[in-house]
Design a protein around this ligand. Structure first.
Ligand code: SDX
Length: 389
């Protein structure tokens, strides 16, 4: 069968690349839903693991299913001493996203019996990845500080346990609840770059650890999940409210992107940014103000005049860094924390992709030379395009 190529759209803007029933964005109204449930409702009432279950299996679990799921994740939190030894070999100065990508991929070495048509294999891999990613990340954090990783605490829920493994202190219940809500907010977002990457990798019928590792690598970039780190750097660079206008005018004039602003799908403020802003305020009321929040709010307000007419408003990354900083999470762990949450969405898309798989193999519009004849080196022109001349 010959398929006629469709017109080229840079970044595949507006091109449907899959059918999916997992989440939906109404970019005009600023509404995000997972399996039909609005994100504000889930952030207020659900937990991350319940939301992960919803995303992956399509329905909210009844109490027994939820208990079993939580228990299974809890039982699989520990990682082999070999993984801890591997993490100890990583350079302490390396970025934790690289450590996370490598350690997620390494799980494929430990659990290599790929059986993609076995539902137990699927649910086992889901549980293992959700359970072990936070442990590996927290272990890397302690190891790079010269400490030994600490074991997960079986009595602590998912979010609290991660904060505990990271800081070696049991978190305040409000802080843990807010962190859990952050995980809910970041768990899924239709066919973003890392999820697309996950689906492409899944479509080759490779193992789920490779699927998640490829998605982690894609999330790391500053145009995607990596923007949450850059937002904080930008706010620090601005420094104070009175410098916001000059910064923004300079950025617009020099055509620099304002980090944490803009989105392919939303023409209004990202609903997750609205909720994260509320969570930030709750944290500041309880644990003390962050002056960078005043800078952020001023930037949002000035940008509404300058960028708003183009449909450019704060996205999920704009306020998340301020929340994570208040929770005591180091800046270079912001994107890995995003990955902990997004693993739920990636796994939901992995499972959905397997349910109706066809390998992704788009076409291209060739812009290179027509056929040319090979010449021996001495007959080639000196203008050969090589940087070494
Ligand atoms: C995430 O897609 C997802 O779902 C991702 C995500 C998720 O949950 O997975 O929501 C998470 O990745 C959020 C995005 C984090 N990135 C940033 O905050 C980086 C800054 N933002 C951008 O670079 C940009 O807005 C993107 C990457 C988010 C979207 O890129 P697009 O859709 O390709 O848009 P574009 O770069 O082509 O910009 C279109 C226009 C341009 O102006 P013109 O040349 O048409 O005049 O909008 C302008 C851009 O210059 N623009 C911005 C801007 N974002 C877009 N101008 C200033 N600052 C910005 N942030």
């Amino acid at each position: 069968m010959t398929v006629e190529p469709v017109g080229f759209r840079p970044g595949l803007e507006g091109v449907p690349a899959t059918q999916s029933a997992i989440s939906n964005i109404d970019g005009q109204r600023g509404v995000l839903s997972y399996r039909g449930y609005r994100i504000d409702e889930l952030a207020a009432h659900s937990s991350f693991l319940e939301t992960a279950y919803l995303l992956i299996w399509g329905e909210l679990p009844d109490p027994e299913r939820l208990r079993n799921f939580q228990h299974s994740v809890q039982m699989h939190r520990r990682v082999s001493f070999r993984i801890r030894d591997m993490l100890k070999c990583f350079p302490a100065g390396g970025h934790p996203m690289d450590a996370l990508q490598a350690s997620a991929a390494s799980l494929g070495l430990f659990y290599s019996n790929r059986a993609l048509d076995d539902p137990e294999y699927i649910s086992g891999a889901v549980v293992r990845l959700l359970a072990k990613i936070p442990t590996m990340l927290a272990a890397f954090q302690l190891i790079r500080r010269g400490q030994d990783p600490i074991q997960p605490r079986d009595d602590l829920p998912y979010a609290s346990n991660f904060l505990y493994m990271l800081t070696e202190r049991e978190p305040d219940p409000l802080a843990a609840r807010i962190f859990d809500a952050c995980l809910v907010l970041h768990a899924e977002h239709t066919l973003n770059a890392s999820t697309f990457s996950a689906r492409v990798t899944a479509s080759t019928l490779t193992d789920p650890y490779a699927v998640v590792a490829s998605a982690v690598g894609t999330l790391a970039g500053p145009l995607h999940g990596g923007a949450n780190e850059d937002v904080l750097a930008m706010l620090e660079e601005i420094g104070s409210e009175d410098r916001v206008e000059a910064y923004l005018d300079g950025a617009i004039k020099e055509k620099r992107k304002v980090m944490g602003f803009g989105h392919r799908e939303y023409r209004v403020k990202d609903p997750r940014a609205t909720i994260l802003q509320q969570l930030a305020e709750t944290l500041f009321d309880r644990f003390g103000h962050d002056q960078m929040y005043d800078v952020a709010r001023r930037l949002e307000s000035v940008a509404a005049d300058r960028l708003g007419p183009k449909g450019i408003y704060p996205n999920v990354d704009f306020y998340s860094g301020l929340v994570y900083r208040k929770l005591g999470i180091p800046t270079d762990l912001f994107t890995p924390v995003f990955a902990i949450a997004r693993a739920a969405g990636w796994l939901a898309h992995w499972k959905e992709q397997l349910g109706a798989n066809r390998i992704y193999r788009p076409t291209q519009i060739y812009t290179g030379y027509a056929e040319r004849q090979w010449l021996p080196p001495e007959s080639r022109s000196s203008d050969n395009g090589s940087p070494t001349g």
